[in-house]
Design a protein around this ligand. Structure first.
Ligand code: NDP
Length: 313
């Protein structure tokens, strides 16, 4: 029988984290979820953790502020997946993972570490603009620490989470599709890539025991979901049986709007800028350091954008 790794999920109550817990259990892994004492009386988180336990996960108490607790948690498992928040307006949570790297070094038993990435490949973003490049720089700092320590890893480049991008027809600040109008980035013809969040979790768990992705980046590029903004809008128009009014925002107009926003908004906008004006997700071939998920795991019947959109009807 195939031996399945034991998995520790950190950030398990998060937007992606809770899906990782579900996918790990569904794929038959002994699954541990870090329970941070800092969550205090956050009833939603506590209830969610208890529901994981009901589904078969084991909760393990540990904190980024307590090195020993992290080491002890890591010793219970073979694989650790971290899905801490990438949001920058509170603190640089991505860099907390440097503490995790230290704990993994000490524990000495981890066969694979998947740090909190799940977006644009930061290695391709050396020319990203300020201030949003902080997201890529922080993720690269964590990568360097992992690689310097010789920790076996897989980086998951998940591209656009469907809930954030497809729902709002790719528009910043929208998560529901309009029946009336849409603003296109430039001509709207730059290709991007969209992935359902449960599929992201399923591909991530699939890869943890796969030697083909050891010390590589797993790119999630489901072929039917490599679409321009105009194509996403076209699929929506087909579903609602009418055309929506389109206006266009030039690259310069976008940059001008960005100047007047606060730091957190500018960080978010930087991502949209590189994705929808420069095509940073789909404008490169996957090299020898990467693998493509839908090709490696064809048994996952991924959700196509046209089907994802149906839930908004
Ligand atoms: P969330 O904002 O939902 O947060 C995830 C978890 O991080 C929280 O639930 C919490 O887990 C943990 N956390 C939050 N604050 C702290 C803290 N101060 N100390 C320790 N742990 C903390 O994250 P997402 O699911 O949105 O993001 C996960 C990853 O996905 C990130 O790398 C992000 O950049 C990426 N992402 C990619 C997107 C895309 O479109 N490609 C979109 C959104 C995110 P707990 O309380 O359970 O410990």
């Amino acid at each position: 029988m195939e031996l399945k790794s034991k998995v520790l999920i950190i950030g398990g109550t998060g937007y992606l984290g809770k899906r990782l817990v579900k996918a790990s259990l569904e794929q038959g892994h002994e699954t541990y979820v870090l329970q941070r004492p800092e969550i205090g009386v956050d009833i939603e988180k506590i209830q969610m953790l208890l529901s994981f336990k009901k589904q078969g996960a084991r909760l393990v108490i540990g904190s980024f502020n307590d090195h020993r607790s992290l080491v002890e948690a890591l010793k219970l498992v073979d694989v650790v997946i971290c899905a801490v928040s990438g949001v920058h307006f509170r603190s640089h949570q991505i860099l907390l993972q440097l503490k995790l790297v230290e704990a993994i070094k000490e524990a000495g038993n981890i066969k694979r570490f998947l740090p909190s990435e799940f977006g644009t490949d930061p290695a391709k973003m050396v020319d990203a603009i300020e201030p949003g490049r902080v997201s890529f720089d922080d993720k690269m700092t964590v990568r360097k620490a992992i690689e310097d320590a010789g920790i076996p890893y897989t980086y998951v480049s998940a591209n656009c989470f469907a809930g954030y991008f497809v729902g709002g027809l790719c528009q910043v600040g929208h998560i529901l599709p309009s029946h009336d109008s849409v603003t296109l980035y430039g001509d709207g013809n730059v290709k991007s890539i969209y992935v359902d969040e449960d599929d992201i979790a399923a591909y991530t768990i699939k890869t943890i025991d796969d030697p083909r992705t050891l010390n590589k980046t797993l790119y999630l590029r489901p072929p039917a979901n490599i679409l321009s903004q105009r194509e996403v809008v076209g699929l929506w128009e087909k579903l609602i049986g009418k055309e929506v009014h389109k206006t266009s925002l030039s690259e310069q107009e976008f940059l001008n709007i960005m100047k007047d926003k606060n730091y957190a908004e500018q960080v978010g906008l930087t991502h949209y800028y590189h994705i929808f004006y420069h095509g940073c997700l789909a404008n490169f071939e996957i090299g020898k350091d990467g693998e493509e998920a839908s090709a490696l795991y064809p048994d996952i019947k991924y959700v196509k954008v046209e089907d994802y959109l149906k839930q908004y009807l």
